[in-house]
Design a protein around this ligand. Structure first.
Ligand code: T5A
Length: 214
């Protein structure tokens, strides 16, 4: 069956410095060159209100907050993003490429902060119903590699200031989710050089797209 006129929702996931933004921008250029309608966006953020919430969530001066507060702020930003950007773009037939989505909440708040997957799932189901990404490209790197890359930017943000065990838990949760749903997830070795990762990303989404009749 050929894909319907609805757009496609593709998310890039992985811990800090996995190479998501780099690969996302590359895929965005490629799809645009093919004259597809593409929206590039990110979480937390993607709307004026969401970007302000992102500022609060990442500002080291905000300091500690209850894990529940963090999760609810992220879902508040997500509600805005979903209703104002993602759903309208998909309805118009665009491909939406998103730097992180709800998988990050399972990884960071569910596993990293220890809130547990069940509580994240309650919010996911409440906000999203059965809406999920069509494809999740998970760039997997050991936290040491990812954090070293991310820190070349300089100052750590509020979440990057967590210890390595936090990112180990997040990475494990991502991999566990990918193993549980191999149809929607592709795991890519983000530790390889840029060109090798780019080739793996292309191969992953092209084979997925062919697989659904695109
Ligand atoms: N968050 C988010 C939650 O806690 N819960 C949630 O539900 C959501 C949605 C967002 C933060 O919010 C948290 C997670 C995050 O802590 P962010 O800035 O969107 O923050 O995410 P980061 O992961 O922090 O972004 P980074 O920019 O650090 O990581 P990327 O996008 O994975 O990496 P990228 O592409 O910017 O690359 C980083 C550096 O590495 C180089 C790049 O050139 C760049 O310098 N690089 C490579 N170097 C060598 N080899 C490669 N293959 C490379 N790929 C990239």
């Amino acid at each position: 069956m050929k894909p319907s006129g609805r757009g496609r929702f593709i998310t890039f996931e992985g811990i800090e410095g996995a190479g998501k933004s780099t690969q996302l921008e590359r895929m965005h250029r490629r799809l645009r060159d093919e004259d597809r309608q593409v929206v590039l966006t990110r979480e937390p953020g993607g709307t004026p209100l969401g970007e302000r919430l992102r500022g609060l969530l990442l500002d080291p001066e905000v300091g500690a907050m209850a894990a529940e507060t963090e999760l609810l702020l992220i879902f508040a930003a997500r509600a805005e993003h979903l209703r104002e950007v993602i759903e309208p773009a998909l309805a118009q037939g665009a491909w939406v490429l998103c730097d992180r989505f709800t998988d990050a909440s399972f990884a960071y708040q569910g596993a990293g902060r220890g809130l547990g997957a069940e509580r994240v799932a309650v919010l996911e189901n409440w906000l999203q119903g059965d809406f999920r990404p069509d494809l999740v490209l998970l760039l997997d790197v050991p936290p040491k590699v990812g954090l070293e890359r991310a820190l070349t930017r300089g100052k750590r943000d509020r979440i990057e200031s967590e210890d390595i065990a936090f990112f180990e838990r997040a990475r494990s949760a991502y991999l566990q989710r990918a193993r549980a749903d191999v149809g929607r997830y592709r795991v890519i070795d983000g530790g390889a050089d840029l060109e090798t990762v780019a080739a793996q990303v292309d191969q992953a989404w092209e084979s997925w797209w062919r697989g659904i009749g695109g």
